[in-house]
Write a protein that binds this ligand. Structure first.
Ligand code: SF4
Length: 314
């Protein structure tokens, strides 16, 4: 029996971005062109639903190139790879298909440009995330320095140079990153960087939508993977804005009904790698337990598409 009425406010935009759409299509087209199996280095995007669906179609996910036998195509994930991985694949004459998001690629290009201009590069991002491993791997050690948070920006010592630039991970908290950049600009007034930061449109738009609904909600559910940077930031942004409770779950079955005790209005969003079907399953789950009233708060319209690698266009 339904116990109560629950108002659900859906954030819009939410879910898949153009980089994730492209990465999934790349694996599907590679399977169609080369047949099974196609190897994918790292989860193509951070979502087990997506990974399992592609696995069922014939993709094999590995962490290292050494796990890929000769003569099979290999796809690099949307997060990007260090240059050493490209070199290894080239030396082994592998068929390489690069699903790195073009917005991550832009950061790689900027890192190389800054280095060519004689600058040391400060990379703002989270250690260990595959995008950061890929971006750090664009330059030699010593040419690029990772700063993870405001405290590190306040204390980092960069000896022997006044020539500095910064780049950022694409999926950070917009507000936290502004603070880190501000600290760096105060300490190193000559530091050069992008006009804003490298946080991508999808991350920015999803965080803005969560901020817009936060004032009207008692709690927020974010659908996304625990290793998805942009999904984790959505949960943090939601609670930072109003102090409301926020939870990140991979799918509806992970939600305990007791977590919703006292909640009258629930915000719902999804990270850039989470398919819409998981949001709809959550709504179904809630509809079985509550009389739901659904509303959408839209803060942006997205019409971005990225082209496919030439190898897969025909
Ligand atoms: S979240 Fe941003 S950077 Fe990552 S794949 Fe999507 S558009 Fe590209």
């Amino acid at each position: 029996m339904k116990s109560d009425t629950l108002k659900i406010i859906l954030a819009e935009p939410r879910g898949f971005c153009a980089g994730v759409d492209r990465a999934i299509e790349i694996v599907e087209r590679a399977l169609a062109k080369f047949g099974r199996p196609v190897y994918v280095r790292h989860e193509i995007v951070h979502n087990r639903h997506v990974v399992n669906a592609l696995r069922n179609k014939g993709a094999i996910f590995v962490e290292e190139l050494s796990e890929v036998p000769e003569d099979f195509p290999v796809v690099f994930s949307a997060h990007g790879v260090p240059k050493s991985v490209i070199s290894e694949a080239t030396n082994r004459r592998m068929i390489q298909i690069d699903a790195t998001c073009p917005l991550v690629k832009k950061v790689h290009v900027d890192a190389a440009r800054h280095k060519n201009n004689g600058k040391v590069v400060v990379l703002i991002g989270h250690s260990g995330h595959p995008e950061i491993i890929g971006t750090l791997g664009q330059l030699a050690e010593g040419d690029i320095i990772l700063v993870e948070n405001k405290e590190q920006a306040e204390t980092i010592q960069i000896p022997g140079t006044t020539e500095l630039s910064f780049i950022t991970q694409t999926t950070l908290s917009v507000d936290d990153t502004k603070e880190i950049i501000s600290v760096l600009q105060t300490r190193f007034p000559q530091i050069e960087g992008p006009r804003q930061e490298d946080i991508c449109y999808a991350t920015t738009n999803r965080q803005a939508a969560v901020k817009a609904l936060a004032n009207h909600c008692d709690a927020l559910v974010v659908i996304g993977a625990p290793n998805s940077s942009n999904s984790r930031r959505l949960a943090e942004v939601g609670s930072a804005k109003t102090g409301m409770r926020a939870i990140l779950i991979q799918e509806a079955s992970e939600l305990e009904q007791s977590w919703l005790d006292g909640v009258k209005t629930l915000g719902v969003t999804a990270g850039a790698s989470a398919p819409e079907i998981l949001v709809q399953e959550l709504i179904n789950w809630l509809s079985l337990r509550y009389t739901v009233d659904i509303e959408t708060v839209r803060t942006a319209t997205e019409e971005i598409n990225f082209s496919l690698p030439t190898l897969l266009k025909t």
